[in-house]
Design a protein around this ligand. Structure first.
Ligand SMILES: C[S@@+](CC[C@H](N)C(=O)[O-])C[C@H]1O[C@@H](n2cnc3c(N)ncnc32)[C@H](O)[C@@H]1O
Length: 213
């Protein structure tokens, strides 16, 4: 996991403005890059994308540049400030809709791609399953989910405001989908706050299209 994801202090975790200052200028996350390669390999043309928890907006801007129309959802107003500033004057800003709201109450359009990097676990457990049901219902035939979610052995597991999943729960989440990739990170790593255990599932999954369903 890249170092900039490790925040200086877990107590500062909701200080998203500081987090964005820290991550600004980074490359798109490896999961995003892998997801885009999977889409390309499947011959998926840019359509409607949704990004949840876009943070400093790096992946949203990459989606716009690649020709996607993007609904970008993040609960933190500071994220919208950063993304608006970065998207201003961009050639394709007219294909961007920024929503400042929690993912669990956001209405999602039917989409061809949902990307969420290091964000879904910040949805509260009471809302997570409802949110995921909506994700599944809005995923178009042939569309992709490219997401990661923290596992139950993560150091942060136990935070009542976050959702952590076991491996079998991940399989339930993608039931009925074609699993293109499912990678599990379950190891100690470095962080600014010292050693931490990272437990994370990277998932790329595709809804079968009407022809192959
Ligand atoms: C760890 S950051 C990841 C940001 C970015 N995706 C990245 O890879 O750097 C988590 C992001 O999720 C957002 N977030 C937290 N809870 C959320 C929620 N309930 N709904 C939508 N976004 C949320 C935060 O504001 C933050 O921008």
């Amino acid at each position: 996991m890249p170092d900039e994801l490790h925040q200086p202090d877990i107590e500062d975790r909701p200080d998203w403005a500081a987090y964005y200052r820290h991550t600004l200028g980074r490359e798109p996350r490896p999961l995003f890059v892998k997801g885009m390669a999977a889409l390309e390999a499947a011959g998926i043309a840019p359509g409607q994308a949704v990004e949840i928890g876009y943070g400093d907006g790096t992946e949203t801007l990459a989606l716009l540049a690649a020709g996607w129309t993007v609904v970008a959802v993040d609960a933190a107003p500071q994220a919208a400030q950063v993304l608006r500033g970065r998207a201003e004057g961009a050639a394709h800003a007219d294909r961007l809709e920024i929503r400042t709201e929690s993912a669990d109450v956001a209405s999602l359009p039917p989409f061809d791609l949902l990307y969420a990097g290091y964000a879904l676990s910040f949805i509260r457990p009471a809302a997570f399953r409802r949110f995921w049901r909506r994700v599944r219902s809005q995923l178009r035939p042939g569309g992709f989910l490219v997401v990661n979610v923290f596992g139950v052995r993560d150091t942060w597991a136990g935070d009542p405001d976050m959702t952590f999943v076991a491996r079998d729960e991940v399989f339930r989440m993608v039931q009925g989908l074609e699993v293109v990739a499912l990678d599990e990170e379950d190891q100690d790593g470095d962080s600014f706050s010292g050693p931490k255990h990272w437990h994370l599932f990277d998932v790329i999954a595709r809804r079968p299209d009407a022809m192959s369903a």
